[in-house]
Design a protein around this ligand. Structure first.
Ligand code: SF4
Length: 158
């Protein structure tokens, strides 16, 4: 064949566009919030990765960052916020408290938010350093790029 032409799959192009246009909803409840702010501000600059736009409406968000301790009282609120987000959507668990309850191994605290909502990326640490948060974000972007656009809907059906 002669001549130059570019060919790609629609899904690959869609994944590429999606991973650089993340609108995140910060669900911040506790001290990990300091590291969230540090990651978002100029020094670490999460905007470099196309995830700088913060939305405080779940309907305008496709990524929820769950940051901090989640007591059982807040669990239904988190579930409602997640349910209100439109598909496709992703979840990052930010910090030890969201992963496992962290140091709060007691009756009042949810021992891992994946008991309430599906989690795509787990970022450990108490609190995690901004570099770890950015690493988690890059891993999520990789996942978005390589996933079928409607992968979560398919998962629900099976
Ligand atoms: S993981 Fe540590 S820093 Fe983060 S909310 Fe829990 S106690 Fe605070």
């Amino acid at each position: 064949m002669s001549g130059n032409f570019v060919t790609t799959r629609f899904n690959a192009a869609l994944g590429w566009a999606r991973k650089f246009s993340l609108f995140h909803y910060p669900y911040v409840t506790a001290c990990c919030g300091m590291e969230y702010m540090s990651t978002a501000c100029a020094h670490f600059d999460i905007d470099r990765f196309g995830a700088g736009w913060t939305r405080f409406s779940p309907r305008q968000s496709d990524l929820i960052l769950v940051v901090g301790t989640i007591p059982h009282k807040l669990a239904p609120v988190l579930k409602t916020v997640y349910d209100q987000m439109t598909e496709p959507k992703w979840v990052i668990a930010f910090g030890a408290c969201t992963l496992s309850g962290g140091i709060y191994d007691n009756y009042a605290v949810v021992q891992g938010i994946d008991q309430i909502i599906p989690v795509d990326i787990y970022i450990p640490g108490c609190p995690p350093r901004p570099e770890m948060v950015l690493d988690g974000l890059l891993k999520l972007q990789q996942k978005i790029q390589t996933s079928e656009p409607d992968w979560r809907w398919k998962k629900k059906k099976s």
